[in-house]
Design a protein around this ligand. Structure first.
Ligand SMILES: [Zn+2]
Ligand SMILES: [Zn+2]
Ligand SMILES: [Zn+2]
Length: 175
């Protein structure tokens, strides 16, 4: 009987420690491929990391420039002008992170979310007759601090009533 001589196995002389702490035996040739693959993975990882760092820095700088209230959309367009390959999800993630750290406040204004670094409140006066609303600025927070024992971060207030122009119209009609 003729037996085909089987190919000699690759020289198995390299031990690779696996994540599972098991030792894997691989050949020299496989080792070379593995090394190339690892270098490729590491390079890709490093490129992704440096891109992330660069993008984070741009977002940080743009948030820093905001002096009052801003929306994620307006912030995103400023960031996008500097960094084309950035997605809104990255910006949202960053803002969420800042919010969790207490570095920015969020408010609801006309069904939109507003962000702010330093504004401790966001208040509206809403007319019940004409439905127009305007922003009011409250600089003194003593009145709210008297009522609330917890540490206050920021607050939002909607005050309802009759606006100046509606009041004038009513007065004219009455006279
Ligand atoms: Zn806050
Ligand atoms: Zn508002
Ligand atoms: Zn009004």
């Amino acid at each position: 009987m003729n037996f085909k001589a089987s190919k000699p196995p690759h020289k198995v002389d390299i031990k690779v420690a696996m994540a599972s702490k098991k030792i894997m035996l691989i050949s020299r040739r496989e080792n070379k491929h593995l090394k190339t693959l690892l270098i490729m993975i590491i390079n890709k990882e490093m490129a992704a990391q440096s891109r992330e760092t660069r993008q984070k820095k741009i977002i940080e700088e743009e948030v820093e420039k905001e002096k009052s209230f801003f929306t994620s959309d307006s912030l995103f367009s400023k960031i996008k002008a500097r960094e084309k390959n950035i997605g809104i999800a990255t910006v949202y993630r960053f803002l969420k992170d800042l919010r969790a750290k207490g570095k920015i406040h969020t408010y609801l204004c006309d069904k939109k979310i507003l962000y702010s670094k330093g504004e401790p409140n966001h208040c509206h006066f809403i007319c019940e007759k004409c439905n127009k609303s305007r922003h009011i600025k409250l600089s003194r927070l003593d009145f709210i601090k008297k009522e609330i024992k917890e540490d206050i971060c920021h607050f939002q207030l909607d005050v309802y009533g009759i606006c100046e122009s509606c009041k004038e119209k009513i007065n004219k009609r009455e006279n």
